[in-house]
Design a protein around this ligand. Structure first.
Ligand SMILES: Cc1cc2nc3c(=O)[nH]c(=O)nc-3n(C[C@H](O)[C@H](O)[C@H](O)COP(=O)(O)OP(=O)(O)OC[C@H]3O[C@@H](n4cnc5c(N)ncnc54)[C@H](O)[C@@H]3O)c2cc1C
Length: 437
């Protein structure tokens, strides 16, 4: 960004301080008339921060201009008519920034601590390279080459790393906007020959805003279940299980491979994220409020609006979505059949052939020895047996479904947040079924 701003004699300054102290500091040195920002659909602490800032600005007669972010509308109470507005916004001309050339020298603000500078300089090369230029490069390579296999490989842990858009960190950090991505893909000459895949990613860009809109309207889902009935579930907080899950040492190869890959690279695909959450929430019966925050720290594309909604959906606590319990062995066989992805991230299992790579617990002691993989020594014994664990989880969930006001609460959630498509699953008996994936 600073490269692009050089010709206007301007630059971006970064402050590492509480926002309120930063502004007080700036106000003591400069006369500030107006503060410009976008409307952030943030979490509890950022909302509290904004309230403090608003009051500081009001007291000092500073105007705060907040602009709409992507297709997210502030102040609405339901989503009637939202889809139409979203398409209208996406098809508007993009804003082209214009700056006057600043006379005089740019003030050199240096408010970053040495430790933060070191941390930024240590940015792992395994993470996606940051910045606006990289975001545009990815849009280009997606539309030119990578995107043709988007739909085919979307759930494959290895192949999706190439065929997915991979633009999520750039959208989350504001390097590119949803409108820019939408228009680039929609108007690309390859659109007509790759309609299925390109429409797939365009739909997901809309989902992005749909989820953030939900969060904008009900940010409390950061800390409580959308259907409050699920608050009564007594989840476990077994620290050994949390540790094993977080370190990718559960003894379940597909879970461990994805967690280790996420730790190292900051990204895994949608289905694998859903599977990790499902494993934590159903198999290990852990509270999504704990595991969700731990997971958020690992994503380079953390976006609270999507994250908390998805966490709740994949943990089955919204009351309006089908319950989805992922079977990690089934996912493994379907999406990494010969175990290439598993072997890359869990090298302890590199000698196992496809009959054991998905379920190493099936090896007898001689097979373990022959494969240089002694369970409990080289690779952990599985910490949970899926079939037994989900039997317990289902029974617990069924108890909530039988409570008096479950249906009424779900209906309220649906009216506020449910999809406006006519053929959507309404809150009915069907949505109370548990689906196995
Ligand atoms: C438990 C869980 C947590 C998640 N947390 C986040 C998060 O913090 N930040 C985040 O950006 N995505 C999150 N997702 C959604 C999804 O996994 C990522 O958006 C996607 O994997 C990003 O990769 P991509 O850019 O290659 O996506 P593509 O498939 O290329 O899609 C393009 C863009 O569409 C949006 N998108 C794609 N899938 C979804 C979806 N299911 N819901 C909403 N928007 C979507 C994203 O902005 C994405 O960048 C989460 C999913 C789950 C199951």
């Amino acid at each position: 960004m600073n490269d692009g701003l050089k010709k206007y004699n301007r630059s971006v300054c970064i402050y590492e301080k509480e926002a309120i102290d930063t502004f007080k500091d700036l106000m003591s040195k400069h006369t500030i008339n107006t503060v410009y920002s976008y409307q952030e659909s943030g979490i509890g602490i950022t909302y509290e921060r904004d309230k403090k800032l608003k009051s500081l600005f009001n007291r000092n007669h500073i105007k705060w201009c907040e602009y709409q972010r992507d297709g997210i509308v502030r102040g609405i109470t339901n989503r009637n008519g939202w889809d139409k507005k979203w398409f209208a916004t996406m098809n508007e001309d993009p804003i082209h920034n214009k700056y006057s050339k600043l006379s005089g020298s740019v003030k050199n603000h240096n408010y970053l601590s040495k430790s933060l500078i070191n941390k930024l300089e240590d940015y792992s090369t395994e993470f996606q390279s940051p910045g606006e230029i990289e975001g545009h490069k990815l849009l280009n390579s997606f539309a030119e080459i990578r995107g043709k296999n988007y739909s085919k490989y979307i759930s494959k842990p290895a192949e999706s790393r190439i065929s997915c858009g991979r633009i999520s960190p750039y959208l989350a950090w504001g390097n590119i906007s949803v409108k820019q991505a939408y228009q680039y893909i929609k108007n690309h000459p390859n659109y007509n020959t790759n309609k299925r895949s390109f429409n797939g990613i365009l739909t997901r860009l809309k989902w992005r805003d749909h989820f953030i809109q939900k969060f904008e309207m009900e940010w409390q889902i950061e800390t409580r279940c959308a259907n409050k009935g699920f608050e009564t579930l007594r989840r476990r907080s077994d620290s050994d299980h949390i540790k094993a899950w977080m370190e990718g040492r559960t003894g379940v190869p597909m879970v461990d491979a994805n967690m280790r890959c996420l730790i190292k690279t900051g990204w895994i695909n949608f289905r694998m994220r859903a599977m990790l959450v499902s494993f934590a929430s159903y198999d290990l019966w852990l509270d999504w409020k704990n595991t969700g925050n731990l997971l958020a720290k690992l994503f380079t594309d953390y976006e609270p609006g999507i994250h908390y909604s998805q966490l709740q959906m994949q943990s089955g606590v919204t009351g309006i979505n089908t319950f989805r319990i992922y079977n990690p062995v089934k996912q493994s066989i379907e999406h990494d059949n010969n175990g290439t992805f598993i072997k890359k991230w869990v090298p302890e299992l590199k000698n196992l052939d496809s009959s054991f790579i998905h379920e190493p617990w099936k090896m007898d002691p001689t097979t373990q020895k022959n494969n240089n993989c002694i369970l409990g020594k080289d690779y952990p014994n599985r910490i949970v047996i899926h079939e037994e664990a989900i039997k317990f989880a289902r029974n617990e969930i069924k108890k909530v479904l039988k409570t008096d006001n479950y249906y009424e609460t779900s209906k309220k959630v649906f009216l506020k947040h449910g999809s406006r498509k006519r053929n959507t699953t309404r809150v009915n008996k069907k949505s109370k079924q548990l689906s196995l994936f």
